[in-house]
Design a protein around this ligand. Sequence first.
Ligand code: ACO
Length: 430
Amino acid sequence: MNKEVFTLTSPDGNTMELPVRTGTAGPDVVEIGRLYAEQGVFTYDPGFVSTGSCDSEITFIDGNEGVLMYRGYPVEQLAKHSNFVEVAHLLLYGELPSADELAGFETSITRHSMLNEGMLRFFNGFRYDAHPMAVVSAVVGSMSAYYHDTMDVNNAEARDVFTHRIIAKLPTIAAAAHKLTAGQPFIYPRNDLNYAENFLRMLFAVPAEEYEIDEVAAKALDLLFILHADHEQNCSTSTVRMAGSSGANPYSAIAAGISALWGPAHGGANEAVLRMLKEIGNAKNIPKYVEKAKDKDDPYRLMGFGHRVYKNFDPRATIIREMCHKVLEKMGRTDSPLFELALELEQVALQDDYFVEKNLYPNVDFYSGIIYRALGIPTSMFTVMFAIGRTVGWVAHWREMITDPHGRISRPRQLYSGPAKRDYVAVEKR
Ligand code: ACO
């Protein structure tokens, strides 16, 4: 809906009216698509801090108020009453499913969890110490070689089968990546277990003995998957949308998202938090590291603090903090020195003027790493855990992007600041 217009005046006095669009919630947006054609200038916004890249109906965040909603439902309500598979249906199809729809969706996700046996052999080509994120992104990319039938992006049925396949197979691929590093045999999925239980079993079971599923662990994992499921146009989701906007096959677009997630400024932060806590080692060292993080001449940052969008608090961190205590209690690790160190660091940073003034609060990854560790999940798998949950969001956004009738290939412009035109000089004259 056009509410009003923005009037832009160029240095030579030309004016141009730019339409303003109002969404269901959040700031209005100024449409600048005609700017170049009519005024011959581009806009410049490195890091896209003021730029909306699309019109989306999936997730809403209010960073100042600490609000996160999936399809209009506050994440706190979903965390309390729902489960990951139901939330996945909500994100993908726009509505909470009826009992029948949920049963059908769960069955389909369960039935797609096995991997093509050829793909399993693909794992053997990796070095035993390969980082699981490298393995997972490569194997997901390779799915385009195994599942040709679901690559027609213009076919609704193919899109649905792709959707169910990737969500069902991600935990199987992730667990297999871990088994490769652990030197243990691959464990096949089991259809009688729910999504989180099945993943825990594939990750930890060995053929030599029965594996007992810990309900607190499964619940914590399910909650973490819900909290990581989507976060509107973040770096990895924008990567998926951008890669997919060329019409590339969806497996490649998701593999691109996994690669983007790996960076320490994004999903790699949960792993970095654990490394940071180990490096700090002892509460008495905290002031030294806090000072380091505050030093303008030192690139060091406290991992797990700060967020591009949340400038008040990260609602996911509030939910997860509570679960963190439950898990540590159940696992008998309340006196874990690492957790004590984390809480101490949290308190010091929350009271420090630098962190308060810059609104740097603990984000979801500050706590998720501690929970994963308490569950016995290896540090190198932390970002993979994030990827399992976020796959649902990536797919929901890919589906929205690919079916958008106004969709075009993503192609930003630039401010060129390289050399002006110059002539080639022969090698012997340089
Ligand atoms: N420690 C110390 N200082 C920090 C931190 C930190 N963790 N984060 C931001 N700052 C400072 C910056 O130095 C900057 O200071 P300045 O204004 O004096 O230059 C200011 O706070 C603003 O930071 P930016 O980097 O401009 O903020 P941006 O929105 O670009 O970055 C980010 C957000 C990447 C999350 C950043 O806060 C960070 O690197 N945090 C640590 C990594 C992390 O936890 N990432 C996980 C993000 S959550 C997720 O992906 C699920």
